[in-house]
Design a protein around this ligand. Structure first.
Ligand SMILES: [Zn+2]
Length: 433
């Protein structure tokens, strides 16, 4: 258990920053970093850079040149900041993405107004995840004020493009060596998972395109051709009869939230067969032809108990079964991308530090969860080879990407206290004799 007086000093330093935390969050929200296309990335990186430079950080602006979406009009900018303590020790890194999704409709607040009302700040990105970024900055500043000679280093990054895969953000930085276990020993990603939860990782992903092939003929004489759409229909029927029920049966040790996602899932993202959709403005009739091609994009999310090879093979087996029943059936499977599942062990140093900080600040046992979808941990895990990584942040998960998204000021303060106590556990000066 943390020493009470250290806890109290850190908590008091964070409470004293309440107005600062609100103003910082509001400033971040008012920079509309909408992605796609990736607006105002340099502006937000420079804002965070100015802030952290004043707090004794060495800062680095990194443009992910040549990554998807990067252009002179929409450069993919990232900020990495580092502050050394007074002694040797580990490095703790807080990584937040600075991009937000489009606003969509249904707002009653100005999405970039950052209005404070009844203890909540409203706006796009408040919950996902500028509130988390602000909390980590306040936590690190308060910690360094109370214990300026801490043992080790603190890093804070604001990175691009998480909402579109993170290739111009954490993936790029990981390739540049920013997340190796030699450089960074603990990573916390303040994504909005609720302040009493520790997110250990995420399920795996396999995206692929399945194409069924046929033979074109006149639509009035379909017996002279071979319909790729009917073949695809047979594939979907087989999925309905066998694959979906089988996936629903698969259980896992991963504590995925929501619980409905605690199984393997398959989504058919899109389906197209036959002639292309007519261009806008064309109001003529389609031609009578038998479809020679049908394509489906699948989004398969899988569990730590499954291997990527087995996940792929299961789909191939299904297609082969259909093939054995339909004489002219031909198909092709094109892999689009794949990310293995990841789950940080509960006894990892960053997990135990955050868990005891949650107990200490909130007076309750943490809930351990796994995300149904991926986030930037995938790149830190796979490219960076850094496995002592979790997501922990103040926002309420269900509010992400919604209209009237908000973050609670008290939730941010609590999360900042958890982060500061975590820093004390991992790099606190004089803690380990
Ligand atoms: Zn996010």
């Amino acid at each position: 258990m943390p020493n009470t007086s250290r806890h109290d000093r850190l908590a008091a330093a964070i409470d004293a920053r309440r107005d600062d935390l609100i103003a910082l969050t509001q400033d971040l929200i008012r920079i509309p970093t909408v992605n796609p296309p990736g607006e105002a990335y340099l502006e937000i990186c420079e804002y965070v850079q100015r802030r952290l430079a004043k707090s004794g950080y060495t800062t680095q602006l990194v443009r992910a040149e040549g990554t998807p979406g990067d252009s002179d009009r929409y450069p993919r900018w990232n900020l990495v900041a580092r502050r050394e303590g007074g002694g040797r020790g580990d490095t703790v890194h807080f990584n937040s993405h600075h991009d937000v999704v489009e606003t969509g409709s249904g707002w009653t607040f100005d999405p970039f107004g950052a209005e404070l009302k009844d203890g909540r700040i409203y706006g796009r990105g408040t919950c996902d995840m500028k509130g988390g970024l602000a909390s980590s900055i306040i936590a690190a500043e308060a910690f360094a004020e109370v214990f300026p000679q801490f043992d080790g280093a603190i890093e804070i990054s604001a990175t691009a493009d998480e909402e579109t895969g993170g290739f111009g953000g954490v993936a790029y930085l990981a390739k540049q060596g920013f997340f190796t276990p030699e450089r960074v020993q603990h990573v916390i990603i303040p994504e909005p998972l609720n302040k009493e939860r520790i997110c250990l990782g995420h399920r795996g992903v396999w995206w692929a395109e399945i194409e069924t092939k046929g033979r074109i003929a006149h639509g009035s004489m379909p017996f002279l051709g071979d319909s790729a759409i009917r073949h695809m229909g047979a594939v979907i029927a087989r999925m309905e009869d066998e694959l979906f029920p089988a996936l629903a049966q698969r259980t896992t040790a991963m504590p995925v939230v929501p619980p409905q996602a605690r199984q393997s899932t398959l989504n058919i993202n899109s389906l197209h067969g036959g002639q292309p959709e007519p261009e806008d403005g064309f109001d003529g009739f389609p031609a009578p032809v038998v479809a020679h091609s049908a394509r489906m994009i699948i989004d398969r999310r899988y569990l730590i108990e499954e291997s990527p090879e087995a996940v792929r093979q299961e789909m191939i087996d299904l297609l082969e079964t259909v093939k054995s029943e339909r004489p002219e059936f031909r198909y092709e499977v094109r892999d689009l991308w794949t990310i293995p599942p990841t789950m940080t062990a509960k006894d990892s140093p960053v997990v135990t530090a955050v868990a005891s900080a949650i107990s200490s600040v909130l007076g309750l046992a943490p809930e351990y969860v796994v995300s149904p979808g991926t986030y930037d941990q995938k790149h830190i895990d796979r490219i960076g080879r850094m496995h002592n990584c979790i997501a922990y942040g103040p926002g309420i998960l269900d509010l992400a990407h919604q209209p009237d998204e908000y973050v609670g000021v008290d939730d941010m303060l609590d999360a900042a206290k958890v982060m500061a106590l975590t820093l004390d556990a991992l790099v606190g000066q004089g803690r380990v004799q």
